[in-house]
Design a protein around this ligand. Sequence first.
Ligand code: KG4
Ligand code: ZN
Length: 365
Amino acid sequence: MVQTLTVLGLESSCDDTAAAVVRQAQGRRAEILSSIVHGQTELHSAYGGVVPEIAARAHAEKLDICVQQALDTAGLALHNLDAVAVTAGPGLIGGVISGVMCAKGICAATGLPLIGVNHLAGHALTPRLTDGVAFPYLMLLVSGGHCQYLIAHGPEQFSRLGGTIDDAPGEAFDKTARLLGLLQPGGPSVEAEARNGDPSRFRFPRPLLDRPGCDLSFSGLKTALMRMRDQIVEEKGGLTRQDRADLCAGFQQAVVDTLAEKTRRALAVYLESKPAEPVVSVAGGVAANSAIRSALETICDEAGTKFTAPPHELCTDNAAMIAYAGLERFRQGAHDGLDLTARPRWPLDQTSPAMLGGGRKGAKA
Ligand code: KG4
Ligand code: ZN
């Protein structure tokens, strides 16, 4: 096996078209040589959510441009690569197919090996890319389409301790923003409003805390928010800036408290297995939220466990995580053929029963 590997990654499973080049010398920390992301927020803004057909067409138009930019930024050509990794699921199927077809085209033309990557594995392996974290570690994967606690044992070995039974937290942030007339994506808008709000003015529920285990539920929060908003509008004829900020702060605090308690439980389960160097990591778009990061950090400090969180640009969807996850698979000797299929659903832990509910990216993986 070659000592130093250079992998091109492609990502197109939702509303970001991305390409990146990652290089790793064996036994050394990986290096991101380029990471290009073309977001589609403005294409979907009129519709209040991601429109799968619009997303797929935009990916098909932008993927080759992204690839060229990623190679140019890295100062490399296709013949300098060792493999091409691509998100092969889970996600919006039209977008995933666009990425897989683009990667297959490159591999068919160059003879480079093709590596299909699970998008969730990309997020879940990010702490190894950014901080060189060793297996096994506890991962809270929290994004617009997913929310789950995983113990990462290896590049393709994950056991799920629990997850959301309905909405993902990012989805709840996005819906909250929509209900309050804030910009999409909702996470950053709601977080910014919440900074000026009083989290104790409105009492939001803390779903599923009364039940044992690590499963979560977030769909009730938006219903509660809608009721509170409608009541203020009925009583006062509209929302003031302060009302909006207090609603955002109350909503965010409910998400923080729920994730904090479930993280305590997941951490207890993880520590039972007596890992040599215990580490808790968070990944996915919602991991960019400062209130959530600092709550998780406090829990880990209290437990004497190391905590890592990736920089913001590696929390949200990107192709560096896909290139890196592909690189880990490739180093283990795995790759796919040109018959690689795009999968709308692809659970990371194949042994656990499927989670309920439908997310922004379709059914929960
Ligand atoms: O991982 P990601 O880019 O795409 C998915 O795989 O879903 O996550 C996007 C989600 C969106 O729902 C967005 O609102 C949320 O991450 N997000 C945040 C923040 N930044 C992005 N949620 C809360 N606070 C943030 N600062
Ligand atoms: Zn994602």
